[in-house]
Design a protein around this ligand. Structure first.
Ligand SMILES: [Cu+2]
Length: 189
C-alpha cells in the first residue's frame, strides 16, 4: 500500500505487523504438513498379513504308533506368525477337523475387535466342522513373543503356536538387540 495514504510511521508499524503474522502462519501450516507426512509415513509402514489356518487331523508317529493328532496346516506346533507393532492380522481358520474349534490370540489386546478374541461362547460361536471364520485385528502398542491356541473345550490342550510382534520398522528393541532369536514353545497334551 502506498505510504502517502497513511500517516508517517504507519508503514513501519504495518511492516512489523506483516512481519509478525506471516511467519506464524507459515509455521502453523508447515507444522500441519509435517504432522500429515508423519501420519502417512506411519500408516505406510503398517502391513496387513493374510494367513490361512486349516485345522485338521494329521497322522503322527509317536512311540512306535500312529496317532491322529490335531494340527494347523499339518504342523504341530502350528505356524509361527511374525508381524510388527502396528500391523494387522487377517487369519482365515477353516475347520477340517471333527470338533468345534476357535483360536485365541493369547495376550493380544482386542481393543476395538472383541469378536476376534477367540473364546468360544464368549466372543464368538465355535467354528463347526467344515466351516470357517476369519479373525481380523490390528496389533497396537504391543511388542514381544505371544502365542495362539485353540480355545474350545478340551481342544485348548491341542493346537498352538508362536505369535511374534517385532518393534515398528526403525524402532529399537526395548533391550540390547539379540544376535540371534529362536522361538521356544512349551506345550503338553
Ligand atoms: Cu489364551
Amino acid at each position: 500500500m502506498p505510504s502517502v495514504l497513511r500517516p508517517k510511521g504507519e508503514d513501519k508499524k504495518m511492516e512489523a505487523y506483516n512481519g509478525y503474522i506471516k511467519p506464524k502462519c507459515n509455521c502453523f501450516f508447515l507444522g500441519l504438513l509435517f504432522l500429515l507426512l508423519a501420519l502417512i509415513g506411519s500408516f505406510a509402514n503398517a502391513k496387513t498379513h493374510h494367513r490361512n489356518f486349516v485345522v485338521q487331523q494329521t497322522p503322527e508317529n509317536r512311540l512306535c504308533r500312529i496317532h491322529n493328532i490335531l494340527t494347523v496346516n499339518g504342523q504341530y506346533p502350528g505356524p509361527t506368525l511374525q508381524v510388527r507393532n502396528g500391523d494387522a492380522l487377517v487369519v482365515k481358520v477353516l475347520n477340517s477337523g471333527r470338533y468345534n474349534v476357535t483360536i485365541h490370540w493369547h495376550g493380544i489386546r482386542q481393543m476395538r475387535t472383541p469378536w476376534a478374541d477367540g473364546p468360544e461362547y464368549v466372543t464368538q460361536c465355535p467354528i463347526q466342522p467344515g466351516a470357517s471364520y476369519t479373525y481380523r485385528f490390528p496389533i497396537e502398542n504391543q511388542e514381544g513373543t505371544f502365542w495362539w491356541h485353540a480355545h474350545s473345550r478340551f481342544l485348548r490342550a491341542t493346537i498352538h503356536g508362536a505369535l511374534i510382534v517385532l518393534p515398528k520398522l526403525g524402532s529399537p528393541y526395548p533391550f540390547p538387540k539379540p544376535k540371534h532369536e529362536i522361538p521356544v514353545i512349551l506345550g503338553s497334551e
